[in-house]
Ligand binder design. Structure first.
Ligand SMILES: NC(=O)c1ccc[n+]([C@@H]2O[C@H](COP(=O)([O-])OP(=O)(O)OC[C@H]3O[C@@H](n4cnc5c(N)ncnc54)[C@H](O)[C@@H]3O)[C@@H](O)[C@H]2O)c1
Ligand SMILES: N[C@H](CO)Cc1c[nH]c[nH+]1
Ligand SMILES: [Zn+2]
Length: 845
């Protein structure tokens, strides 16, 4: 049952919030005031009805009615004739037919409204909601009689709240009186108290007096069986704002909806008498309280303050939900999405009840009969506010049956901007990626192993019992074939030899002036973290590239980290290398969480002084994040992100070789990029490379990745070698391949690159695995200022000096003069006292 009175508002009436407890209202609609009805409907969130008061139902009226329905209007009260006209245009129109007695009742609707109180049927039809218009002069007793017979009186709103045309206002409670029944001896009404999300807070009792007080004060007031009237929260402070009142189907139980303040409803300080709220209501409550008093620096506070972070999380979780497949994954991802979505709602004061109201409103949507739309309506639909579309990507999509070829541009005819656009890396904006990675890093920092295990379950879809594998490693974990073992051993040795040659372990000493000896010596960094990627492909070669230089440098603790496979195990080749270099342990985790664990340490993961190694955008962003956190006290090698290659080729290059080099990097990942600078080549010559790319790509198992990478990779035709090197130096590629005549003679022109592959027989794969150079190299253009991993990456250099008496004589005055310029007398004095004792102090010092 709904509250048995329907307050009527004319266009001139002011909406009174007190009446919203009735939960419904009807507004007069003259064809022009639709917008204000929609606005009024939002006030107090009642069920909204509309009384149609137009002379004729025109197309404009229909448009306006459609808009009313679609903004949540429950039903339009209309004459039988106008109601029929509406129904003809809008198939699902919800109409309450106004029946003038003694006309026969045409039951074409689930609701009817009688236009006068006179000659009503004895009882309202149980299956139809029956309203009855009451004149302002109708005595309360007559209205109560109608209620008793099952009708809902439509009463001028003013009559319910104020003095109206010299008639005393009717207390709203009086409309409940004739309908409520109770079988209790004390005459009280059993009352359920609920919050706005329909969560039951508890069971109490009401009397007509307490209901009347409740409406008057707009708060929760009940009837205590021992203590009389009970103003909820009067002593505890846990007050209630009255939202609505209702009775159940047989009128013997009241439903009171409230907004509960303070600790909760129950005297035991729980949210409800059935314990604390759970699920959405609990989350909403927590977020609302965090919004007002989240501690500075907390994650929730950051979420509320940083719109970009919050929005990025919503998008990320939505994508993950879309990708989730199993029941567990879907519930996990949906929970994450709802959390961030609700945080955004709370930030803007939107409650779960508002969302539910919106859902109900959407369920009420109707549309015009097909083919009947008037041009004006179509235009209106066009301008309906829509969510701005995501910017469309201009990137080409290479489908499974399409030819796999690179974009092509001629630098001679293209603008500088167009060329630069082709050389832009296909990476996520750093602000976006940072906002994804920051909470991951924070979580591991705060929760240690627990977070590490949770994030591994989330991102790598594997549930582990421990995130660490400590040395000595079990033989069974490094079962590899002899051929692979031999390949690793050969590569190991070449890498060792090349990095040993770089080892500057001699003390370097220079006498800068007589008696002043300056030295520099290297010391290994003690604890080093080696990140070995394992997302789209596990890269045991990277474990060699990081740990062999660490071994050469003499680092005492070598810590590996690599994401485990779906079976929770590590690649045996990685374990074999870990064993070979004497690694202390292997962290079974990947991504930003592995980086955070090594940077801050956890219960099981040792804190590292420096983290090395390549990885995807999450890994690279996390490395940059922790290296900027002075609390982490952790350095990194460099930003080594998605692989990339730039090939400079001329007409002498073998198209198959060029294509194979481009593809060997394109297969790394969809965020990799490959660039070809074709120097003084004809279009036909470039076509041959394109053809080779297509043919070779089709034979690769990772062709799907290749397609996506090639779609944002370009061949740029340039005229001269000078132009090519200028462009390459600006791009600063991770790998530079020179497939040009007399390639070695061009090496001096290289200013910026991670590693250079010179001549037709130096494919990049050799450097990736076995030649001896390191494959962990700067990407994104960081080759302009960073070197690739080398032995020095694992060392720090300490300087020392010996200043003799003679030395003091050489530089003492210079030190004192500069200290005086800086106003640092203590510095000056440290030289002065010495020179004084030695009798070396010149006049004036
Ligand atoms: N520059 C170099 O020297 C060099 C060398 C070798 C490899 N690489 C590059 O390293 C990269 C390796 O990338 P990869 O993905 O294969 O392995 P990865 O180990 O770097 O990343 C995988 C991890 O990313 C995390 N992850 C995945 N999706 C995520 C998400 N939506 N949110 C948060 N975390 C997420 C997961 O935890 C997963 O373990 C490739 O781009 C390759 O080109 C570069
Ligand atoms: N080309 C990568 C560096 O960008 C390294 C690698 C490992 N395995 C194969 N390739
Ligand atoms: Zn590679």
């Amino acid at each position: 049952m709904v509250y048995p009175v329907l307050p009527y508002y004319t266009a001139a009436d002011k909406v009174d919030s007190k009446l919203s407890v009735v939960g419904q209202a009807i507004y007069e609609f003259d064809g022009t005031n639709g917008e204000s009805i929609v606005q009024a409907a939002k006030y107090g969130k009642p069920n909204v009805y509309v009384d149609l008061k137009v002379s004729a139902v025109t197309d404009e009226t229909i448009d306006a009615i459609l808009s009313l329905y679609n903004n949540g209007v429950v039903s339009i009260f209309a004459s039988e004739e106008q109601g029929a006209q509406i129904a003809e245009k809008i198939p699902n129109a919800r109409i309450t037919f106004k029946i003038s007695l003694p006309n026969p009742v045409a039951k074409t609707s689930t609701a009817v409204a009688y236009t006068s109180l006179d000659a009503l049927p004895a009882k309202a039809d149980e299956n139809v909601v029956s309203f009855v218009y009451s004149p302002a002069s109708a005595p309360l007793s007559e209205l109560q009689k109608a209620v008793h017979n099952g009708f809902i009186p439509v009463v001028p709103s003013k009559l319910l709240t104020t003095e109206y045309e010299n008639v005393s206002a009717y207390p709203i409670v009086e409309f409940l009186v004739p309908s409520l029944v109770t079988d209790r001896e004390d005459g009280l009404f059993t009352t359920l108290v609920l919050d706005e999300s329909n969560q039951c807070l508890g069971l109490v009792y009401s009397s007509i007096k307490s209901i009347s007080e409740s409406i008057k004060t707009q708060t929760g007031v009940y009837q205590s069986r021992k203590h009389g009237l009970w103003y909820k929260g009067a002593t505890s402070g846990a007050t209630q704002k009255l939202v609505s009142l209702d009775a159940d189907c047989d009128n013997d139980c009241l439903k009171v909806v409230v907004e509960q303040a303070g600790a909760g409803f129950c005297h035991l300080n729980t949210n409800s008498c059935f314990g604390n709220l759970k699920g959405f209501s609990a989350l909403e409550k927590t977020l609302v309280s965090r919004k007002s008093d989240a501690p500075e620096g907390s994650y929730t506070k950051r979420l509320f303050d940083d719109e970009e972070l919050l929005n990025a999380k919503i998008k990320e979780e939505a994508e993950e939900l879309a990708d989730a497949k199993t029941k567990e994954e879907i519930s996990w991802e949906a929970a994450d999405l709802f959390y961030f979505a609700l945080a955004r709602c709370v930030k803007y004061g939107v409650s779960i009840a508002d969302i539910e109201k919106n859902l109900d409103m959407k369920a009420l949507k109707v549309s015009r009969r097909k083919g009947d739309a008037k041009p004006k309506f179509i235009e209106q639909k066009k301008v309906e506010p829509v969510k701005p579309a995501e910017p469309e990507t201009t990137e080409r999509v290479i489908g499974p049956n399409d030819k796999i070829y690179m974009n092509r541009i001629n630098a001679e005819t293209a603008t500088t901007k167009e060329v630069e656009a082709c050389l832009e890396r296909p990476i996520q904006k750093s602000a976006d990626i940072m906002s994804l990675v920051t909470p991951i890093v924070e979580k591991v920092k705060l929760e240690g192993d627990k977070a590490l295990l949770e994030l591994t379950a989330k991102f790598d879809r594997v549930e582990l019992e421990t995130p660490i594998l400590n040395a000595p490693f079990d033989e069974s974990m490094m079962q590899i074939t002899d051929a692979v073992k031999k390949a690793i051993d050969i590569s190991f040795e070449n890498i060792r030899v090349f990095h040993e040659a770089q080892n500057q372990n001699e003390v370097m000493t220079v006498e800068t002036c007589p008696g002043v000896y300056c030295s520099r010596f290297a010391r290994p960094i003690e604890k080093v973290g080696c990140y070995i990627p394992g997302g789209t492909a596990v890269l045991p070669s990277t474990s060699l590239m990081l740990s062999v230089p660490a071994l050469v440098a003499g680092c005492s603790d070598i810590i590996f980290a690599s994401p485990p496979g779906k079976d929770g195990k590590l690649t045996p080749e990685v374990v074999y290398v870990a064993h070979k270099v004497g690694a202390k342990c292997i962290v079974l985790a990947g991504g930003a969480q592995a980086v955070a664990a090594m940077a801050y340490g956890t219960e099981t993961v040792p804190k590292c002084d420096k983290i090395m190694g390549p990885g995807n955008q999450f890994v690279t962003a996390a490395k940059m994040l922790v290296s900027n956190d002075s609390n982490a006290l952790c350095a990194i090698d460099m930003p080594a992100g998605p692989s990339e290659v730039l090939v400079i080729a001329d007409k002498h290059a073998d198209p198959d070789f060029v294509a194979s080099d481009l593809l060997s990097q394109a297969e790394h990942g969809i965020d990799s990029q490959v660039i070809l600078l074709a120097v003084d080549m004809t279009s036909a010559e470039v076509d041959r490379i394109d053809e080779a790319v297509h043919q070779q790509a089709l034979r690769l198992p990772r062709v799907d990745i290749v397609r996506k990478c090639i779609a944002h990779s370009t061949t740029i035709q340039v005229k001269t070698m000078a132009e090519a090197f200028q462009m390459s130096n600006r791009y600063a590629p991770e790998h530079l391949i020179l497939q040009i005549e007399d390639a070695e003679s061009w090496v001096p022109k290289v200013d910026n690159a991670g590693s250079v592959f010179v001549g037709a027989y130096s494919p990049e794969s050799c450097g990736d695995y076995s030649s001896g150079t390191n494959h962990t190299l700067p990407t994104y253009g960081y080759a302009r200022m960073y070197s690739g991993v080398n032995t020095a990456t694992f060392q720090k250099f300490i300087t020392s000096q010996v200043v003799t008496k003679e030395g003091l004589k050489s530089i003492g005055c210079a030190v004192m003069d500069l200290a005086a310029v800086e106003g640092l007398d203590g510095h000056r004095n440290a030289v002065r006292v010495r020179m004084d004792k030695l009798g070396l102090l010149p006049e004036g010092y």
